[in-house]
Design a protein around this ligand. Sequence first.
Ligand SMILES: Nc1ncnc2c1ncn2[C@@H]1O[C@H](COP(=O)(O)OP(=O)(O)OP(=O)(O)O)[C@@H](O)[C@H]1O
Ligand SMILES: [Mg+2]
Length: 233
Amino acid sequence: MRGLDAVSFSIQAGELVGVVGPNGAGKSTMLKAMLGLIPTESGKVEYCTCPLHRQLEKVAYISQRSQIDWDYPITVWNVVLMARTRSLGWFRSPGRSTKELVKAALTRVEMFDLRHRRIGELSGGQQQRVFLARALAQQADLFLFDEPFTGVDKKTESIIFSVFEELRSQGKILLISTHEWGQALSQLDRLFLLNQRLIAQGTPQEVMTAENLRQAYGTHIPFHQDFDSTLMC
Ligand SMILES: Nc1ncnc2c1ncn2[C@@H]1O[C@H](COP(=O)(O)OP(=O)(O)OP(=O)(O)O)[C@@H](O)[C@H]1O
Ligand SMILES: [Mg+2]
């Protein structure tokens, strides 16, 4: 059995919030539960006072790299174009404005030149940037990223951060899980420390205390599912 217990938080528009915790802490589970991708026994997730799972068009979600099928024969361009299928429909060809949007997103992450490549032929960092472009093309309000910094080089990390900064200044909500404790943490407005339950939340300085880290990384805590969060617009 897997799950989360006593996870309750709210996030304001324009906040960049990180989720840290050991392997198996429930970071990916939490993001998926927020989207309704896995069932919860209790609790709710609201955005603008309505259930988030009924407004998924407002959410851009990038899953952890290990959970993506990289052999799927699709080009970089089409991966990003897929972000528009909800508004476009599967059978309509993209118009000029959609193509412009896809081009701008790929250019933003410096991947436009590789638009004809298959996604499986890219490096890990390049793949991460393509998925970031897809999130941008979706023009979402909320961005949930599961470990965007894992396995990426400094250039990609810096592109990701500058996109995050832009999104934050546009009043978007960003929730990212990470194992990075360096520069990544210092850029976050707030941090959630998770290990099956929410051990601490606050600024990175408030959260990363020796006692909190001991609780998160040094103790086994049994699973329950109980989940509550509010996302403000
Ligand atoms: N598909 C699955 N089926 C059953 N149990 C799973 C599945 N995915 C994860 N789990 C379990 O749920 C718990 C939480 O896993 P989760 O993937 O959310 O952790 P995480 O914090 O994202 O870890 P990591 O840092 O390794 O990505 C773990 O005990 C894990 O073994
Ligand atoms: Mg995970």
